[in-house]
Design a binder for this molecule. Sequence first.
Ligand SMILES: [Zn+2]
Length: 151
Amino acid sequence: MRGADQPSNRLVCLGTCPPTHFSTMPSFARLFYTLWTSPNTVLGAGLGLIVLLSGGRVQVRRGVLEFCGPAIRWGLGRFASAITFGHTILGVDQEALDRCRDHEHVHVRQYERWGPLFLPAYVLFWIVLRVRGRDGYRENPFERQAFEETE
Ligand SMILES: [Zn+2]
C-alpha cells in the first residue's frame, strides 16, 4: 500500500476538505445524524482499526473517515472496491476510494436517513431480489439510487 509517493503518516486531510451536505447542516442536525448513524459508524471504525493494525491507513474526506489497506483488499476485494458503514468508507486502496467516493457518499446519506435500519433494510431487499431470481446488488433500491445519482 505504501510506496514512495505515499505519505508516511496514516492520517491525512484533517479539516482541509471542502464543505459537504453534512458540514453545512445546522449543528443540531449534525448531532442527530451523527447519533442516528453511530452504530454503523462504530462498526466501520472497528473494522477500520483492524485495517490500521494490519498496515492500512486512514484519512478524512468530506467529513467521512476513509480506510484502505491490505486487510480490506483481502476481505472485500473479491466482491467490491469499497463499502460504507455510517460515516466510514472502507476501500481496497486509495484509487478505489477516489473512484468510488461519490457513490459511497450516496450511501452515507442513506445511512443518515435510515440509521440502524439501513443494513437490515439493505439485506432484506437483497434477499427478496435474490429469491425472485433478480440481481440483489444492481437492482437493490439503495444501489440503484447510488448509481443513478453518480453515473
Ligand atoms: Zn453501492
